[in-house]
Design a protein around this ligand. Structure first.
Ligand SMILES: Cc1ncc(C[n+]2csc(CCOP(=O)(O)OP(=O)(O)O)c2C)c(N)n1
Length: 284
């Protein structure tokens, strides 16, 4: 656990490399939406959440529901780096018989708190988990990541109303506002309008930050501590494919099939960035 911004940036870069390592082994996968959540995962698992890789079912742990379950590679990378299982296991991503399906499955993967992939449903599940922890008297927090395209669904908004009416202040929702969904811009497919105002209207304590900045995310999560009686929403203004310029610049970057030499180029660039980040840390 660290509050060191440089450490968290290093963790985020490692998560990006891990997600690409896993997807490279399969040759295709959800690259854009895995990369955009690397920074929030680094903050949650690096600085905020209470968990124990040796006791993954510890009831008092904090929980993560990644409702955009197709970002599985980023979550598996994070858990692999934390020692929930051998890192190499993530290289079986989406292969027949794997415990690392492309979408998160709590019955298959150690450390996954909730099965997701059918968009919209993770929100209701996270509300239930937060409510359950409260009823059991546990001091646990549930963190929920939803996609901006996912919020075209109706179900999450019912669940948000419920969270707010039950004053679930042990729940924090991150909206990965990367502007794109499967095959186009969210604003053109079904414009969600202003998330910040919408969550405020739904009774949430709401903030909006640069979602690929670990520093801003960490500050926002910490600011939630002092706000009681309301669920929290943090709108992450992100870039789909963040951290790999070529992916950022590709319009269709949701699920990509690319050759291993292309993956190698992207991974090498991230490893170079990691060397710079680690070198800078030594000189702080
Ligand atoms: C109920 C449901 N409908 C459709 C899909 C197919 N689908 C998978 S990802 C996706 C786009 C999601 O967009 P967004 O939530 O913005 O994810 P991100 O861009 O962050 O990857 C869609 C439509 C699905 N998984 N579940």
């Amino acid at each position: 656990m660290t509050n060191d911004i440089r450490e968290l940036e290093i963790f985020a870069t490692k998560i990006r490399i891990a997600a690409l390592d896993a997807i490279k082994a399969r040759g295709f996968g959800h690259i854009g939406g895995s990369l955009s959540v690397a920074d929030v995962l680094a903050v949650l698992y690096g600085a905020i959440m209470r968990f124990d890789p040796k006791n993954p079912d510890w009831p008092q742990r904090d929980k993560l529901v990644c409702s955009k379950g197709h970002a599985g590679p980023a979550i598996y990378g994070t858990l692999g780096l934390l020692g929930y299982f051998p890192y190499e296991d993530i290289l079986t991503l989406n292969q027949p018989g794997t415990n690392f399906p492309s979408h998160c499955d709590r019955n298959r993967t150690v450390g996954i708190d909730m099965t997701t992939g059918s968009l919209g449903q993770g929100t209701s599940l996270a509300m239930g988990m937060a409510m359950g922890d409260r009823l059991k008297g546990r001091d646990s927090h549930t963190y929920l990541i939803v996609g901006d395209g996912e919020l075209n669904e109706g179900q999450p908004w019912e669940a948000f109303m419920f969270a707010s009416s039950k004053k679930l202040d042990n729940l924090t929702v991150f909206i990965d506002w990367n502007k794109k969904q499967l095959d186009g811009f969210v604003s053109e497919i079904s414009d969600p309008l202003d998330f910040k105002h919408k969550f405020e209207a739904f009774g949430f304590h709401t903030q909006q930050v640069k979602g690929n900045s670990v520093e801003e995310i960490l500050k926002a999560v910490k600011a939630c501590d002092s706000v009681k009686g309301k669920p929290h929403a943090i709108v992450l203004d992100t870039i789909k494919g963040s951290g790999v310029k070529e992916v950022e610049d590709t319009f269709s970057n949701h699920s990509m099939t690319v050759g291993s030499e292309v993956f190698d180029r992207w991974i090498s660039a991230l490893k170079e960035e990691l060397r710079v980040q680690e070198g800078e840390k030594l000189h702080v």
